[in-house]
Ligand binder design. Sequence first.
Ligand code: ADP
Length: 490
Amino acid sequence: MHVVMVASECAPVAKVGGLGDVIYGLSREMAIRGNSVEVILPKYDCMRYDHIWGLSVSYDDLWVPWYGGSIHCTVWSGFVHGQLCFFIDPHSSDQFFNRGSYYGFFDEAKRYAFFSRAALEFMYRSGKRPDIIHTHDWQTALIPVMLCELYAGLGMQNCRVVHTIHNFKHQGVASGEILAATNLHRPDFYFAEDRMRDPFNPFALNFTHGAMVYSNFVTTVSPKHAWEARHTDQGYGLGHVLHRYQDKFGGILNGLDYQMWNPELDPHIAHHFTAGDLTGKAGNKKALRHRLMLQDNDKPIISYVGRLDTQKGVHLIRHALFTAIWNGAQFALLGSSPEYGINDDFWHLKHFLNDNPDCHLEIGFNEELAHLIYAGSDMFVVPSLFEPCGLTQMISLRYGTVPIVRAVGGLVDTVFDWDYSPLPREQRNGFTFDHPDFAGIESAMRRALGLWGGRPDLWQQLRVTGMQYDYSWNQPGQHYLQIYEFVRHK
Ligand code: ADP
C-alpha cells in the first residue's frame, strides 16, 4: 500500500509534543509492515536539520493556487532516521514557516490551510496517487475537504483519507476568508451546519468538523478518549458530529517507537538497563542529579516532562513539586509553554526555589535531557485535566519509572493502580487518582512514596511489570492497517 502522512510535526526533526512522536513511529511501523510510506511536512526554519540525511531539492517548480494567484514553492526531500520525508518550502513574503518557532502566530489558520493545499498540489503534480492519505489534527484537516472538492475530479478520486484527531481542543477555527484563499469558495455550501460550520460560532469555519464529514475514517488516539469525546464535553462541541459519523469513528491507542525509546540502547542516557537487570538505573539517577545539580542523597526523584499547558494540570504539577519536597523526595521538571503567563509563573517558581538542593526546573525544550529524566527518575507525574492518549506515562513505564497519573483519557487505558485496579497484582503498573485536585494528587503520591520507602521488594516488582508492558506500535499498527484496508475496499 502507498501511504502518505501529512502533518505539522515529525520527531525528532520537528517536534513540539506527542504528535511528532506519533508521526514518526506510525510511519516507521507502516514501513516495517511492507508499505511504502512518505511524510509531508512544512520546511520550518527552526527544524533540527541535524536529523535530516540527504536533504535535497525534489520538486523545484511547484505553484500552489492561493487566492487569485499562486505561490511558488520548492519541495525538498530527505531521510529522517530512515523515513523519507518531503518538506514544503514556500517562497512568499508571508514567510509562513520561517518564524523561528513552530506555532503561536496570528495567522495559524492561513499557514496550515496553505500547507494543506500545497501538500495536495505536490501530490497531484508529482503524480503521487497514494492509496491512503493520513492526515493529523486541525493543521491538515482541510485536506479531506480539498481532496474531495478540488482534486478528486483531477484524477485523485481513488485516494482515501484517514484523519486522526490528537487533540479536540484545537480544531482550526477561522473566518470564511480561508475559502477564498484555498479556492474552495462557495461560503453558503461550506458554512452549512452539517458541513464545516463551527459549533460555537455560526460565522466561523471549523476545519476539524470538515475532516469528520469528508474523511473515509476518523480516529482519535485512545479508546477511552474516543468515548469521552463522543459522550462528554471533551469533544469540545463536536460530540454530536462524532455521533452522526459513529460508523466511521474509533479510538486507537498510540504506540511508542521502541527503537527511539529504548533503555537498552538509548544514546542519551548514561547507563543502559533492561527489565531483567535494572542496576543501570542507579547510574542514570546519579547522572541526572549531576546534570540538574540536585543533591546526592537517598531520596527518590519524581519528575515531569511535558508542555506546560492548562490541559496538563499546571496547578497540579506545581502542587506535585511541593508535595514531593514536603514528603522527602526530589523533583525534576522539564517543560515550556507558548503562553507567556504560564512560562513566567514557572520562571518565578524556578527563581524562588533556586537554592533548594532537592528540585530543579528546566524551562525549555530539550529532547536529550528528557531521555535522561525518564531513565534517572523513580516516579513520574501526569496530572492532566484531559489527555487524549499521553505518551510520557508510556515512556516512563518503558524506562522503569513508575507513573502517577490522573485517571482520564489514554491514561486510563495504560496505567493500572497498584492498590485499587481490578487487574491482578502482577499486571498493575502505577498509581492513579480520579479528581484533579490537590487531595487527589497528594494521596496518589503518598501511596507511591509509601511503597517506595516501605516495600522496596514490591517497588521493584512494580517497576519490572511496567517495563514488561508492550506499548510499542505493534498492536496499534495492526489496527491502523485494518482501517486502511477497510476504507480502501469500501
Ligand atoms: P502532548 O502531545 O499533549 O504534548 P504527550 O504525552 O502525548 O503530550 O507527548 C509529549 C512528548 O513530547 C513526549 O515525547 C515528551 O517527552 C515530549 N516533550 C514535551 N515537552 C518536552 C520538553 N520540554 N522537552 C523535551 N521533550 C518534551
